[in-house]
Design a protein around this ligand. Structure first.
Ligand code: GDP
Ligand code: IMO
Ligand code: MG
Length: 430
């Protein structure tokens, strides 16, 4: 299995970073194919907590080569900040270990300013973006006026970035937002270009050659299935293809590269979402506090990128089955099982109900979710602390029954169960 794709099966923050770190122990390359520094992937190794936004989580393993694919949007300032903080934490980042696609698109401070100004113009109907400039950068890409990383080394780059800032300033002025200073941006980008130059490669040909040579490539999805621009809860989505097929376009691989791929869907043992949009199984009150945590623990449900409290709810089996379909998941990885210890009765959403009808599957995808009422299967919980368990047979009987029910609902096996944020807190099921 030379290509393995790790993808979020829900609305992001499923624990992908921590799971990529687990699989990266045996990978040659770890590659991000979508999104930008809207992502926040946490990896805990002993006392060290790494929060990665742009650089793949595999970088923490010294043998793995990290790749930023053409499907990404890259803010060079964030990239340099992240390289610096990894270096401070003792992780070596150099052109031997990090490759960046010439065809990834640039995010500038003008994109960030536009993201924020558009969100405030949306008022109550806002998307709740991360404010990182993701939407405006992908908009420029789609309207064919974007700047790519490879463009930084062209003779007319500063002129082009000046034009980009002028255009953005026109939009900003219509939105009543302050101007961005083009001279400052040109100066900064001149410096970024020089630092980033040695990292730029043609990642499509490099990964193709690696796969042909039998090397193991791990694709690290950012965000989650339900935030996919095509298959998510549109318009409350991000601006890229987060789902597994995005791996191919986002890394310049052909479809045959995925022929025997393992596609692992990372799914929390419950459901969370940060930002606006429908959430049929959302809960509030004491139970929400119980699932979210108070913020005392680093794993409590507060955004890794923005620090916002995440909305929480019961696991949604209808949306999980949908995620299995649109990603072609071959297996599931369940995270945060430990959080459910001590809850006396668990609920699992097995179907939806609307206008007198039961739905096992949602017609037309997850666009119009407000009208559906979740249908729950109740299951007894368990009291035991599972965080030290490493074997399937040692998990409480009710926990195994809960995991079996998830696997049955999804129609794919559970391969790993995470029982804590630490590297070793994993139960290998098969
Ligand atoms: P990602 O965006 O999918 O990589 O997920 P985040 O890192 O944003 O959020 C997941 C959070 O849960 C992080 O704080 C992880 O350290 C933590 N985490 C991951 N798996 C587990 C687990 O099994 N148990 C607990 N308690 N925390 C976990
Ligand atoms: P990781 O990779 C959770 C959400 C935002 C907002 C919507 C659009 O850590 O799982 P954007 O800034 O992308 O235009 O925001 O998407 N969002 C995420 N939610 N995890 C993420 O990444 C997210 N990246 C974006 O909250 O609702
Ligand atoms: Mg995250």
């Amino acid at each position: 299995m030379p290509l393995q794709i790790i993808v979020g099966a829900q609305w992001g923050d499923e624990g992908k970073g921590r799971i990529v770190d687990w699989f990266a122990a045996k990978a040659d390359y770890v590659a991000r194919y979508n999104g930008g520094d809207n992502a926040g992937h946490s990896v805990t190794v002993g006392k060290q907590l790494f929060k990665l936004h742009l650089i793949p989580s595999g970088i923490i393993h010294p043998h793995a080569v990290a790749v930023l694919g053409n499907g990404m949007v890259v803010n060079p300032k964030s990239l340099l900040d992240e390289m610096y903080s990894l270096d401070q934490a003792g992780v070596r980042v150099n052109p031997e270990r990090l490759r960046v696609s010439h065809a990834a698109h640039l995010i500038t401070i003008a994109h960030q300013a536009l993201d924020k100004a558009m969100e405030s113009a949306r008022g109550k109907g806002n998307i709740g973006t991360t404010g990182r400039g993701i939407g405006p950068a992908y908009t420029d890409k789609a309207r064919r006026s974007g700047l790519r990383l490879g463009d930084m080394f062209e003779h007319n780059f500063l002129e082009r970035i000046g034009l980009h800032i002028d255009e953005a300033n026109q939009q900003l002025s219509m939105l009543g937002a302050p101007y961005v200073n083009p001279m400052q941006v040109m100066d900064e980008y001149r410096t970024y270009a020089e630092i980033i130059r040695p990292y730029i490669v043609d990642i499509s040909s490099e990964l193709d050659a690696a796969l042909r040579a039998g090397k193991r490539v791990l694709a690290e999805g950012a965000q989650g299935t339900l935030l996919d621009i095509d298959h998510g809860t549109y318009p409350f989505v991000t601006s890229s293809n987060t789902t597994a097929p995005g791996t191919l376009t986002g890394l310049g691989l052909g479809i045959t590269a995925a022929r025997d791929a393992t596609v692992s869907g990372v799914c929390k043992a419950f459901q969370t979402r940060v930002g606006s949009g429908p959430f049929p199984t959302e809960v509030t009150g004491d139970l929400a506090l119980r699932l979210r945590g108070t913020g005392e623990n680093p794993w409590d449900e507060y955004g890794t990128t923005t620090g916002r409290a995440r909305r929480v709810g019961w696991l949604d089996g209808v949306l999980l089955r949908y995620a299995v379909r649109v990603n072609g998941l071959t297996e599931l990885v369940i995270t945060k099982l430990d959080i459910l210890s001590g809850i006396s009765t668990l609920r699992l959403c097995t179907a939806y109900f609307a206008e007198g009808q039961r739905y096992e599957d949602i017609p037309f995808g997850p666009t119009d979710l407000e009208k559906y009422q979740p249908v729950y299967q109740e299951m007894p919980g368990w009291k035991e602390d599972v965080s030290k368990i490493r074997k399937w047979a040692d998990l409480p009987k009710n926990a195994r029954a809960y995991l079996d029910a998830i696997s049955k609902l999804a129609g794919v096996p559970v391969r790993l169960v995470s029982v804590g944020p630490e590297r070793e807190q994993i139960v290998v099921v098969s």
